[in-house]
Design a protein around this ligand. Structure first.
Ligand code: FES
Length: 138
């Protein structure tokens, strides 16, 4: 199978590999698995007080396309708001990396990981807002 140069570059020199503390209130963690192959991807985002993603890290136990997809999206989400990050589609990832059809599910994993990380961050902050709202009144 012929892989694109971009895919090979992200696979051989993955960006932003690593982890952040999932207990950090500014960090959202998404952990997703692909039923088709059993590969697992963990994506973390650090969100600043303006709601902008300022850092992202990933760890992927999976195929080269999954590693390249997660490396690519850590670059894409930086500087985006949560809503903008939620708009990243697997089709854009697949197109950027020129993934072959059998590897499309690897890019779906990356899209799902972003959504899970944003949901985790929002869940943390939704809970915090309720607590704040109760201060003094409940
Ligand atoms: Fe499953 Fe790539 S083969 S994530």
């Amino acid at each position: 199978m012929a892989y694109s140069e971009k895919l090979l570059d992200h696979y051989e020199n993955p960006r932003n590999v690593g982890a952040m503390s999932k207990d950090d209130g500014q960090v959202g963690t998404g952990m997703v698995g692909a039923p088709a192959c059993g590969d697992v991807m963990k994506l973390q985002i650090r969100v600043n007080d303006d709601g902008v993603i300022e850092d992202a890290k990933f760890k992927t136990y999976g195929c080269g396309s999954a590693i390249a997809s997660s490396s690519l999206v850590t670059e894409w989400v930086k500087g985006k708001t949560l809503d903008q990050a939620m708009e990243i589609k697997n089709t854009a990832i697949a197109e950027e990396l020129a993934l072959p059809p059998v590897k499309i599910h690897c890019s779906i994993l990356a899209e799902d990981a972003i959504k899970a990380a944003v949901a985790d961050y929002r869940a943390k902050h939704g809970a915090m807002t309720e607590t704040d709202a109760c201060k003094g009144s409940c």
